[in-house]
Unconditional design. Structure first.
Length: 162
């Protein structure tokens, strides 16, 4: 016996609800663990015996994640002659759908910030390159942001490191 039109529509709707429900709920109990090394340009400059001032690596800003969705860990920025990076260490946050790392300037809302990339994992050390069009300043925030629901999962305010 063939299914009625209402039965087909109901079945398709049920499958859609299951898929969307899994996408929204599954990250809450699944962790993505990352353990990235320092970027190669940072490793090369920190391991070199003799480097010129132009090639040396400088740590300029640091911060700690504030607990929004159980966010914790440290953020440190690194500069080389040609690149800027932020590094998360001892990082952990509740997983969620569609998470991004965003650089937010003082006075900006998160959705106005510069997206550095999709969050690589909700647990572990990871690196994000700062685009050449941006620079880090004291008071900037690094935010873990759920783009789909426009919710901040945690942030670290960057302070000058002395």
């Amino acid at each position: 016996m063939l299914m009625s039109k209402k039965g087909w529509i109901g079945s398709i709707f049920l499958v859609f609800l299951i898929v969307v429900g899994w996408w929204m709920v599954s990250p809450l109990f699944l962790d993505e663990v990352v353990d990235e090394d320092l970027p190669p340009t940072i490793e090369a400059t920190t391991n070199a015996e003799e480097t010129s001032n132009e090639e040396s690596t400088a740590v300029s800003h640091s911060g700690m994640f504030v607990d929004a969705h159980h966010a914790s860990g440290n953020v440190t920025s690194f500069y080389t002659a040609s690149e800027q990076w932020v590094r998360f260490e001892n990082f952990e946050v509740t997983n969620g759908p569609d998470l991004y790392t965003v650089l937010v300037k003082e006075g900006q809302s998160t959705d106005e910030g510069t997206i550095l990339g999709k969050l690589k994992g909700n647990v572990g050390s990871q690196n994000y390159r700062i685009p050449d069009s941006s620079s880090l300043e004291e008071g900037d925030r690094i935010v873990v942001w759920c783009k789909a629901f426009e919710v901040d999962f945690g942030f670290a305010e960057l302070l000058l490191k002395e």
